[in-house]
Design a protein around this ligand. Structure first.
Ligand code: SF4
Ligand code: ZN
Ligand code: ZN
Length: 326
């Protein structure tokens, strides 16, 4: 932040008390001091959980934890909310170790330190133990093949399954994930650019799958969807959380569209600060319309793991694991 901007913040007074402000929210016009900003973030998270009925008092909540600012902010707030309002079973953090050299071990250290500090139970699940290879090893095998599709594509298929299965094994009924407003806006725009209407329909928050499908998947909730990335960053710094800041090296190495889409959103935000909220609301409306529009076809079940596999004999996960072994 520039000195001019800091001076500008110091001169302005908070809308709720007389302290100097730390943020001017251009999308709402609010000006907030650090204390009122912190309270506002915590209130937004609480209200998001209540509005979308994300958690019930009898739920056992598993929190996907990476050691970054988002998942630590999420875990901290869920811990506070659970103690104050829900009194449900203890939270458990689930940490996935993809096996990314010089990156994941460092973020896991921050994640486990946080859990120890607040006495939160945690479990680490690794790619290596579950599928026999680290992500680095997978990329080494795949990178020279003509169908190489960037690390994130492989990573996401495996991580999604390990999070789902890990949370179920821990007896969870809810898996809470730290995606923020910027992530949702970015993903939605990417899906539009790729015309992935089926995926948008699948991401509908309130889908009612039949028992034969829903029994395989734990309910996922995203309590940070109303908070832009820079506000989580500010909140985590005000709270002095010891999170791990660097991005995954694969995000930097691969020329992924996601990065350009994020750059585009950030550029638009300079002139239209409400743009991410518009994208979120668009996603909520469109995913509902599409979900109700598509006819639910009958599924096959994977011959290896038994999960739903669409029209294929193997699900995407088992297909990929098989491909690696061939
Ligand atoms: S940036 Fe891509 S490769 Fe890295 S952890 Fe995320 S999904 Fe995996
Ligand atoms: Zn204030
Ligand atoms: Zn399978």
């Amino acid at each position: 932040m520039s000195n001019d901007y800091n001076l500008y913040l110091e001169k302005r007074k908070c809308n709720y008390c007389s302290n100097s402000i730390v943020i001017h929210r251009r999308y709402s016009g609010e000006q907030l001091c650090p204390h009122c900003f912190e309270k506002s973030i915590e209130k937004i998270i609480y209200k998001t959980i209540s509005k979308y009925k994300m958690i019930k008092s009898q739920d056992r909540v598993i929190v996907a934890l990476s050691g970054g600012k988002d998942s630590i902010t999420l875990l901290y707030n869920l811990m506070k909310i659970q103690k104050k309002s829900y009194h449900s079973e203890k939270l458990t953090a689930l940490i996935i170790d993809e096996g990314i050299e010089d990156y994941r071990q460092k973020s896991i250290k921050r994640a486990t330190n946080f859990c120890k500090k607040f006495d939160i139970e945690y479990k680490i699940v690794t790619f290596k133990e579950k599928i026999g290879k680290t992500l680095d090893e997978i990329i080494n095998i795949k990178k020279n093949s003509p169908e190489y599709k960037y690390a994130c594509n492989y990573c996401a298929i495996i991580r999604r399954r390990l999070l789902n299965d890990g949370a179920k094994e821990l007896g969870g009924t809810i898996l809470a994930m730290g995606h923020n407003l910027t992530d949702i806006a970015e993903t939605f725009l990417m899906n539009i650019l790729h015309k992935r209407l089926n995926l948008i329909s699948n991401q509908y928050f309130f889908k009612q799958e039949k028992q034969d499908i829903s029994q395989f998947f734990i309910k996922k909730v995203l309590p940070l969807i109303k908070i832009p990335e820079e506000e989580i960053f500010l909140y985590a710094n005000i709270k002095k959380f010891n999170y791990y800041a660097p991005h995954c090296p694969y995000r930097e190495k691969d020329p992924i569209l996601r990065k350009r889409v994020l750059g585009f959103i950030q550029e638009c935000k300079k002139y239209s600060p409400e743009i991410e909220y518009n994208l979120l609301n668009c996603f909520l409306d469109l995913s509902e319309i599409l979900y109700n529009h598509y006819e639910r076809k009958s599924h096959n079940f994977c011959q290896k793991c038994g999960y739903p596999s669409g029209i294929s004999k193997l699900c995407t996960f088992c297909n990929f694991v098989k491909e690696l072994a061939d």
